[in-house]
Design a protein around this ligand. Structure first.
Ligand code: ZN
Length: 288
């Protein structure tokens, strides 16, 4: 079954072929095979006019989110989300309801582009959320607004946002400030370590290990709501082969499960940003 999912992404020449409709069809098949534990839902409509689908898994009190492909070219992240959807549908996390959104940037996914085409132009979804150091207008994308509305309405407690390609699990803050500590650093560090038992990825603060980026989902979820929010940067390439994706699924799905199982059952209480923004901070240009 895992091979079936992964083969959707790859042709014999190693070029990815999967498009959004095959992802939806696969999610429907996972739902049909696990009718008592999973349910297809829509979280909203994208700028391209397509439904943003999610698989709702389990019926526990604690609600969690796994979201992939803010960056449309990062199809390896969708593969891991689909692997998690299948594994959790077969064996839900007790006491939890997990929502899996395999593709947030639908037009980017179909075009193999990092960026989403929207009525406000082409944009990077992971720079489109409100944040304490944001100067521009957020939510130019209907998809990011839909996801933001969804995490509020569904009372999401923990979230994992999936990206490629840098082997690390990262925690807030990651925006343009030198004051990167939160009051929850100890919890975030422990949860990150829980997430990398199988992968052996690095763990660290988003800004220190990656780069400062304003308007990212992972900071927004914690800053706005106190959601236990981790960023999974997975693998070593934006164009993983089928065997590389299989490895990414195998080492990250157990880590996702352990993170969600071990995270506190309530959102963080004291999650305000009290530091200073540094808008002159030089942002490194490599893109994850
Ligand atoms: Zn990315």
């Amino acid at each position: 079954m895992l091979e079936l999912i992964l083969s959707l992404f790859i042709t014999p020449s190693n070029a990815p072929v999967s498009n959004y409709s095959t992802v939806v069809t696969t999610l429907q098949r996972i739902q049909a095979e696990n009718p008592t534990t999973s349910q297809m839902i829509d979280i909203g409509v994208s700028d391209s006019g397509q439904n943003i689908v999610a698989l709702k898994i389990g019926d526990g009190e604690t609600a969690d989110l796994i979201v992939a492909t803010h960056h449309g070219n990062e199809y390896g992240s969708t593969a891991v989300a689909m692997g998690a959807a299948e594994a959790f549908a077969k064996n839900p996390i007790k006491g939890h309801t997990v929502y899996v959104v395999p593709v947030l940037n639908i037009s980017g996914f179909d075009a193999r582009s990092r960026y989403e085409r929207t009525s406000n132009g082409s944009l990077d979804q992971n720079r489109d959320y409100p944040g304490p150091c944001i100067t521009g207008k957020p939510f130019k994308s209907k998809a990011t607004k839909a996801l933001a509305d969804f995490i509020a309405k569904a009372n999401i407690v923990s979230s994992a946002t999936l990206h490629t390609h840098w082997p690390a699990v990262l925690y807030p803050w990651g925006f343009s400030t030198n004051d990167v500590s939160t009051k929850d650093d100890a919890t975030f560090i422990q949860l990150s370590k829980d997430a990398v038992v199988e992968s052996g990825y690095d763990v660290g603060n988003s800004k220190e290990l990656l780069y400062a980026a304003d308007g990212a989902f992972e900071d927004y979820a914690y800053w706005q709501h106190g959601i236990w929010s981790l960023l999974f940067e997975m693998g070593t390439t934006h164009t993983p082969s089928e065997s590389q994706m299989k490895q990414m699924v195998e080492v990250n799905v157990p880590g996702l499960r352990r993170f969600l199982e071990n995270a506190p059952k309530q959102r963080a209480a004291d999650h305000a940003f009290t530091g200073k923004c540094d808008r002159n901070m030089i942002q490194r240009t490599h893109l994850e």
